[in-house]
Design a protein around this ligand. Structure first.
Ligand code: SAH
Length: 355
């Protein structure tokens, strides 16, 4: 079956030549008419994938604890920006704000900014957060009031496009999408070539066909975040799946109805993501003047914030079925063989934060 976007992509390639993977991904995910986030029920059991906040309220609550700690480290300012990038269904923010039951001043001081490009998800977020005032929706973080700022993002970076370069003899050439004689989308090598200076040291030892992924758009988001924090003071927290050091390999994947699919099949209908190179992003944050904390795993982060104690509290006086379900959810989030190790936490901020 061809998708509406597939027809448009094929026509484009026939007139303009192969489409670099990053542009193909951007088109698939962000096209306002036929793109994935404009149309698909992405997140949840009926969607294509499930994210940590949709597994358990414990996740957003632990980020709430992080946010209160950072707000207090900034001197508990009476007015601050609380920003979330790519908030999905708004569940994380809803769970985070539960912290205000214990710390009401935090909520009273917060100006909440939801940065979201999908109109469909903005509507869902508005419903989820209808009990709260002081929330605005924007398409980018460029314009925030100048005041202390906390920025959070979960499974946001992985949806941003990545470029792939394939080793072909002495050159690393950009991976691109072409059309074969039967109108199928197929892989090819494009005309783009990676400059020598952008290659990691070990690249000479890699065999032909080795793949290196670079996401300039993720790097730009980290640089923009750092710019906001430099201007305003504050901290940022990025959680996603990925690796702590730059490496070689193809991590781009397509998910549809909780199953892996081919990246070139059904453009616009499948979720396309790739692993985040946290090592590269930490360097960008550092060169942008940020104090960067060591990258830790999601499991370490959640346990350090007290997830087990909170899980125990939620299960108190509940039936054994409820208690078991809470335990199971906590395990999914934190056990090393589940999400605990694959997901990493990158935290950085301005240095006046007292940890
Ligand atoms: N954080 C949520 C959702 C993750 S899915 C969760 O953990 O459940 C990725 C989210 O990023 C979606 O809300 C998607 O619409 C949004 N998004 C994708 N590209 C974006 C961009 N360039 N700017 C802002 N939001 C974006």
């Amino acid at each position: 079956m061809t998708t509406p976007l597939q027809d448009r992509i094929i026509r484009h390639i026939k007139t303009s030549g192969p489409l670099p993977l990053a542009e193909y991904m951007h088109w698939c995910m962000a096209d306002p008419k036929d793109g994935y986030y404009a149309n698909q029920e992405a997140i949840g059991s009926k969607g294509d994938f499930i994210t940590a906040p949709e597994i358990s309220q414990l996740f957003g609550e632990m980020i709430g604890i992080w946010a209160v700690e950072k707000w207090q480290a900034l001197g508990s300012p009476k007015s601050f920006n609380l920003v979330e990038l790519g908030p999905g269904k708004g569940t994380l923010m809803q769970d985070l704000l539960r912290i205000s039951d214990a710390v009401p001043d935090f909520l009273q001081s917060a100006h909440i900014y939801m940065i979201e490009t999908s109109e469909r998800l903005v509507e869902i977020q508005k419903q989820t957060l209808s009990a709260y005032q002081n929330i605005s929706w924007q398409k980018s973080i460029k314009e925030l009031p100048v005041q202390p700022t906390l920025i959070i993002a979960n499974e946001f970076l992985d949806v941003l496009p990545v470029r792939q370069y394939v080793k072909a003899g002495a050159e690393w050439r950009e991976h691109a999408v072409a059309v074969d004689s039967e109108d199928n989308l197929v892989w090819t090598l494009g005309t783009g070539i990676l400059e020598k200076e952008s290659l990691p040291e070990q690249s000479d030892e890699e065999p032909n066909g080795a793949i290196l992924e670079i996401s300039t758009i993720r790097e730009a988001f980290i640089a923009n975040t750092a710019e906001q924090l430099n201007k305003n003071s504050g901290s940022a927290l990025f959680i996603d799946y990925g690796h702590t050091q730059t490496g070689f390999g193809d991590t781009v994947q397509a998910l549809r109805a909780h199953e892996y699919a081919s990246v070139l099949e059904s453009p616009g209908f499948a979720d396309l993501t790739s692993h985040v190179d946290f090592g590269a992003l930490a360097k960008i944050a550092e060169t942008s003047g940020m104090k960067v904390s060591p990258i830790i795993t999601q499991g370490e982060f959640l346990l350090e914030k007290g997830m087990l104690e909170r899980a125990g509290q939620l299960g108190r006086n509940q039936s054994s079925e409820v208690q078991e379900s809470i335990t199971r959810q906590a395990e999914r989030l934190a056990l090393p063989e589940e999400m605990g190790n694959l997901f990493k936490v990158l935290e950085f901020g301005t240095s006046e934060n007292k940890d």
